[in-house]
Design a protein around this ligand. Structure first.
Ligand SMILES: [Zn+2]
Length: 274
């Protein structure tokens, strides 16, 4: 009995082996086709991925590429991911009625310390006693303009007298500095039309007037200017008052921190003409 079972098992195993060797299970054609298709898809996807990586890397390089060395002087402001060059805000400090033997010197020291150039509209009869101050202004890069010889209202005097007021002041400035005068600030802002054609000087008024001569308070004058300052403004101050000189220093420090650049009237007019 045991032997017959053993023999049956052997025969059964032999038959199974025979089946697997001589009669393999036939793989349907569909499976071959599917396998081939999957293989092709895999190859195709690999090639595409490689190409896509290369394209993205070129694109990224274009987006993030920065100039190796920027040699210009433009200020850069950030808008989103782009860096766009923009012009710096420019503003001009002007001082009338000087020079003053003490306060103008204090002002020049403070301007030099802060690397700022300003414009001085001097009165001829003050300037003629202080040619050394005028020379220093010019040497240190400041612009000097005409504010008449004796601070007269040019619309209220005879034309010939007005011309004399301007000519004498030009002489004082030019003798002290050797630089030709190009700008005039008429006292009280009034210049007769006839006189404009008589003189080659360019009249310059102002856009911010804190009335420093009346206020005589450093903080109030400085706050008035700083709260209104914008690109292209011309600030009117008088360097014959210490409160105004101190206010100018506060204004410079605050506005420089806000990105303003202080320039002379000539530089300001040139930049607006560009
Ligand atoms: Zn004046």
């Amino acid at each position: 009995m045991r032997n017959s079972i053993k023999n049956n098992m052997k025969n059964s195993m032999k038959n199974n082996m025979k089946d697997s060797m001589c009669n393999p299970v036939k793989t349907p054609k569909k499976i071959y086709a599917l396998f081939t298709m999957l293989l092709l898809m895999f190859i195709f996807e690999s090639v595409m991925l490689k190409n896509r990586a290369a394209i993205v890397s070129v694109f990224k390089n274009e987006i993030h590429q920065k100039p190796e060395k920027y040699t210009g002087t433009d200020n850069f402001s950030k808008t989103g991911n782009d860096t766009v060059p923009t012009q710096k805000k420019r503003i001009a400090l002007t001082f009338d009625d000087g020079p003053h033997p003490a306060y103008t010197i204090k002002l020049l020291d403070g301007l030099k310390e802060r690397n700022v150039h300003a414009t001085f509209f001097v009165i001829g009869e003050n300037a003629c006693h202080h040619s050394e101050i005028l020379k220093r202004m010019s040497t240190e890069g400041h612009l000097i303009g005409n504010h008449t010889y004796s601070h007269v209202q040019l619309t209220c005097i005879p034309e010939q007298t007005a011309i004399e007021e301007i000519r004498k002041t030009n002489d004082v400035i030019e003798n002290a500095t050797g630089v030709r005068v190009k700008y005039i600030r008429p006292p009280y802002g009034s210049l007769p039309k006839e006189l404009t054609s008589e003189t080659t000087l360019t009249p310059v008024l102002w856009t911010i007037d804190p009335r420093d001569w009346s206020v005589l308070n450093t903080t109030s004058v400085a706050n008035h200017i700083v709260s209104r300052a914008k690109d292209g403004d011309i600030i009117l101050l008088h360097d014959i008052f210490e409160t105004s000189v101190d206010a100018a220093f506060i204004v410079i420090d605050k506005l420089q921190a806000e990105g303003f650049e202080f320039v002379t009237i000539e530089e300001l007019l040139q930049s607006t003409a560009d």
